[in-house]
Ligand binder design. Sequence first.
Ligand SMILES: [Fe+2]
Length: 285
Amino acid sequence: MNQRLGGDTRPIEPFGLEVQFDLSKGLSPEDGAALKALFLRHKLLLFRGQTLDREQQFGVLEHIGPVDRSSPLDYVMPDDPVLGTRHLAFHSDMHFAPFPAEGVSLLALDVEEQPSYTAFVNAAAAYNRLPDDEKHAVEGKRSVRAATPGVYEDELPYDLPEGMHSMERDVVMIHPETGEPIVYVARCSTSRIVGLDRKESSDLLHRLYDTIYDEAHMLKHWWRNGDLVIWDNLALQHARPSIEGITRRKLQRVTIATHEQSSQIPASYVSPVQVENWQVREGAK
Ligand SMILES: [Fe+2]
């Protein structure tokens, strides 16, 4: 018989919580409330050995927030047309949209044992690790974000390539539910800090990146069949190495989003394939 959700848990280092619970039978309102509380507190939850179809996964996630049924990416696979196989640098999904998804979940339907992982860093914890003068330096600052899905290996240039969609947003995001400050910049998708010259912007961003991407605070989740990982897409950033050569890696994706994601994708969105072509073209000049 299922215990109460949250009654059997194990902390994951350096953050996150593994929860023992069979989600396939649905959740009582009490278990659903416990799921949401654990999600907001730990920011990453792992349930192993799960068998859920897409509708069931929607049902689980709905206890945390509204789910996005028109998401442009339902399954992450080596041959998926959006991401392909390439390395994805640390990013928050839809960071370039006015309202990025609040949560993302992936369920491993069919994966080869051990060959691939998703990495996570906690940008809310990173804010807390900033020295006081850095917290002061980012206060009220805005950054320029480009509509790339985390494909830049290195950092995005101060001057964006022509035609690449961009938007400004606060460097420090306040989490809509927990009120926690989050350092919401990412090396692969933030080009500059508004109002700072090249050197000032680069110096400040590098200090922020050093804190966010400190390997001592990084989590790598190696996928096994039946793993369901649910994470806070605002507080955490995620990344993955190239999955070139991996044939079996099917992850069922469901997002929690107060605002539908597909309607926020700008017409000038740059896909990984387009960026790859652009990089090749620029490199050939
Ligand atoms: Fe992503």
